[in-house]
Write a protein that binds this ligand. Structure first.
Ligand SMILES: [Zn+2]
Length: 379
């Protein structure tokens, strides 16, 4: 299995990357890989970095390939941020690293997985580095679309556009790579709407499937204002728990590491000069937690939206497969009790809630307003 086989369902979209690896003439110093969430941008970036280091163009077996994919190659730096923004200091340190020649590989490669999370000022720091890179340095940026990156940046990059893989391709990947049973693989690929990472989590984690079931159940459980208020609080606290379970351990490890760097014992009183650094880390962690909570909630709303999309399909007799085929009974009964106008109204309410959550509205308030729209209409 070559490194390119890990990027599924892309057809010829990867050709520019592959031909750049094969002949140095087509190589360029700045790349931008775009594609919707779940299309495999970061996997493609790693595959490209591995193929650039590999003596046989990305065999997937050699030391270079394996260390790059594992994120451990000394000449490949991968920036995967869970913070809201990438700081200007971070980019400055990448720029200085980009100046040095590769130590053991053929290229020094710097991958920025969330290039859309840079402010204009930060982009400007990066811009200079991309314009005049040393001969053996390659930058690989990833973002959902061209519009998410400053024009000055993307106009200097060669752009590779990924597409959403089909449900069948994602299901097959789950079966072949993760050993998931084919029926479950297909169900999860459908439920995740081909988002590879989400599909894999659903397939491997029964709790993630249970959480999804709980979200879908809201559609038939919310019957009055009281239900909506309770359900909003419930949904927000599930998101809190999930976000916390994902970050608590790492937060503690980061604090411990910073103390070691500063030469202080954990629990010891910090000299005032060092407090700012600890405070900075704590603020970063708080931002990361906020972002994780928002991502979890947004995923839940997308799940709920998929259920109403299915209801609309049944109501209009459209010849399209249901995303939530396993819930057909519930979908048909909800479809019978409402008009297509009601269903579209709910879908609008979910869309508005997603926008509000992306802004700065308190999650419980945004969720309450949305859940009120789920109440059955009285004829
Ligand atoms: Zn290799």
């Amino acid at each position: 299995m070559t490194v390119w086989d890990t990027v599924v369902g892309q057809g010829d979209a990867l050709d520019p990357l592959i031909s750049a690896v094969e002949g140095d003439r087509a190589m360029t110093h700045a790349w931008l890989i775009t594609g919707p969430p779940g299309s495999g941008r970061s996997i493609a970036a790693r595959a490209f970095a591995a193929a650039l280091q590999c003596p046989s163009g990305g065999c997937g077996e050699c030391h270079a390939c394996r260390t790059v994919v594992a994120g451990a190659h000394p000449d490949v730096t991968i920036v995967a941020t869970e913070k809201v923004t990438i700081s200007v200091d971070e980019v400055r340190s990448l720029v200085s690293r980009a100046q040095s020649a590769p130590s053991e590989g053929r290229w020094r490669v710097i991958v920025i997985e969330d290039a859309d999370r840079m402010t204009e000022r930060t982009s400007n720091v990066l811009l200079k580095a991309i314009e005049e890179p040393p001969p053996r340095t390659a930058w690989v940026l990833c973002a959902p679309s061209l519009h998410d990156v400053a024009t000055t940046i993307h106009s200097r990059c060669r752009v590779v556009t990924l597409r959403i893989p089909s449900v069948g391709v994602v299901a097959q990947l789950l079966v072949e790579r993760d050993g998931v049973e084919p029926g479950l693989a297909r169900e999860c690929a459908l439920a995740a709407q081909s988002h590879i990472g989400v599909a894999r989590r659903l397939a491997r984690d029964p709790e993630a499937r249970a959480r999804r079931e709980r979200v879908l159940a809201l559609a038939s459980e919310v019957r009055g204002v009281g239900d909506a208020v309770l359900a909003a609080a419930d949904l927000a606290s599930v998101a809190d728990d999930e976000a916390k379970s994902a970050t608590v351990e790492r937060d503690a490890a980061e604090v411990a590491e910073l103390y070691v760097t500063l030469g202080v014992e954990v629990g010891e009183r910090l000299p005032p000069a060092l407090r700012a650094q600890v405070r900075q880390l704590e603020e970063d962690q708080k931002r990361r937690a906020t972002r994780a909570r928002r991502d979890v909630l947004d995923r839940a709303l997308l799940d709920l939206l998929s259920l109403y999309r299915d209801i609309a399909i049944v109501q209009t007799n459209a010849a399209v497969a249901l995303i939530n085929e396993g819930h057909r009974d519930r979908i048909e009964s909800l479809a019978e009790r409402a008009t297509i106008g009601d269903t579209l109204g709910v879908m609008d309410a979910i869309g508005i809630a997603r926008e509000r959550l992306a802004g700065n509205v308190a999650p419980v308030l945004a969720l309450e307003a949305m859940l009120l729209a789920l109440r059955p209409r009285v004829a």
